[in-house]
Design a binder for this molecule. Structure first.
Ligand SMILES: [Zn+2]
Ligand SMILES: [Zn+2]
Length: 383
């Protein structure tokens, strides 16, 4: 009834000219040079210290020697864009910083460092994961947001983009710690393993295995997510994810590490017990990773009839809305099924939210948000 009475409004986004990327000004070159410079230096360090700075699980999926040609292009483009800032006259400092970082990367061995055999370590920093995920996500999703934006006036450098980039880096660098914890967590479920059941799962067609994984994972993720919303004591942890007020490809990265760790650990349980083929798992992990970024994107793509099956940007944008009818709805991560079954589905036709965020404001710094689960209770007592 509430949804029928509620007056949906259109979201207003005004163009922030000071933060806009325009061709020919040097800002695009400056940022490109600096980002490529940072990534190049990080990549070179990862080639020099692979056991500390690369991810054991991910290394099996790529060819480190082939990626050196990507590094080569990254380094030369960083220099090219850096020089361009001097030609265009603005953002020279950024260009100079990009060039300097790339020159340091060259001095350390550049793209011709011999690829070494790596001793697997339980804990390392996922520098390789960070670089590849950043390049892939930035390219795919920023292109999508530019070609089919929901809010054309929304700029890439929107409010708090730096904070979300920091979360992106933090959560990617921590990948091996997350996996280590998730594996430790599932080891408590060894008693529930059944080789007969796993053999049966492996005997069914690959695509069906993927569907079963998605269903089981989403069931767990739905309830885990709903707990974070409905158990008052743990809501402040998840509120960090909801504190974003502008949705785009980077917005979904914002998440308290306790939430990230618990989410991965919980979803690992069905994956571990099902024991599906590695190929099915790989398809699921790729699908889940892409969908998680896509659903936060600033894109008007509605996916036609698929939106009645899969979680889409419109569906998850409603989850982030601070408007009354949308609060505590749309918990699913992959399929809309469980929200529909458990009565938390909210998709008011073609409406999109006018406002995003939490009803109670959170601190806007990483440290402030890190301690928010503690400080929010203190301020609760005060009030
Ligand atoms: Zn939520
Ligand atoms: Zn989200």
């Amino acid at each position: 009834m509430m949804t029928q009475e509620y007056q949906y409004k259109k979201r207003e986004v005004t163009l922030d000219k000071d933060r806009e990327f325009r061709l020919g000004e040097g800002r695009i070159s400056g940022y490109s040079s600096l980002i490529l410079g940072v990534l190049s230096l990080l990549a070179v360090l990862a080639y020099l210290f692979p056991s500390y700075l690369t991810t054991t699980e991910l290394r099996q999926a790529y060819d480190a020697e082939q990626l050196q040609s990507l590094l080569k292009y990254g380094m030369y483009f960083s220099l090219f864009f850096g020089v361009l800032t001097f030609v265009l006259g603005k953002y020279r400092r950024m260009g100079a910083a990009g060039i300097s970082l790339t020159l340091i990367a060259f001095a350390l061995g550049g793209y011709s460092i011999p690829v070494q055999d790596v001793e697997p370590r339980a804990l390392s920093l996922g520098v390789d994961w960070l670089i590849l995920a950043f390049l892939g996500s930035a390219f795919v999703f920023m292109t999508l947001e530019k070609l089919m934006p929901k809010y054309k006036n929304q700029v890439i450098l929107r409010k708090e983009w730096g904070l979300d980039l920091f979360y992106f880096c933090f959560n990617h660098l921590a990948i091996s710690a997350i996996l280590l914890y998730a594996n430790y967590h599932v080891s408590h479920f060894e008693w529930a393993l059944s080789p007969e059941f796993q053999n049966y799962i492996q005997s069914i067609p690959l695509l069906l295995q993927v569907v079963i994984i998605i269903l089981c994972a989403d069931f767990v993720l739905y309830w885990e997510h709903r707990f974070f919303h409905e158990v008052k004591a743990i809501w402040p942890i998840h509120a960090v994810h909801h504190s974003v007020e502008t949705m785009d490809w980077l917005a979904g990265s914002r998440g308290h590490f306790l939430q990230v760790f618990s989410e991965r650990a919980m979803v690992m349980i069905p994956l571990y017990l099902l024991g599906a083929d590695k190929a099915a798992l790989d398809i699921y992990v790729t699908f889940a990773a892409l969908q998680a970024v896509l659903i936060h994107c600033n894109t008007k793509v509605k996916f036609g009839w698929l939106r009645y099956i899969f979680v889409t940007p419109q569906f998850h944008h409603w989850h982030h809305s601070s408007e009354k009818p949308a609060i505590d709805t749309n918990y699913s991560a992959h399929l809309v099924l469980f929200d529909w079954l458990f009565g938390t589905y909210h998709m008011p036709n073609d409406h999109w939210p006018a406002d995003y965020g939490t009803t109670r404001k959170l601190p806007t710094s990483f440290i402030g948000q890190l301690f928010y689960p503690l400080t929010s209770h203190i301020s609760d007592k005060k009030s």
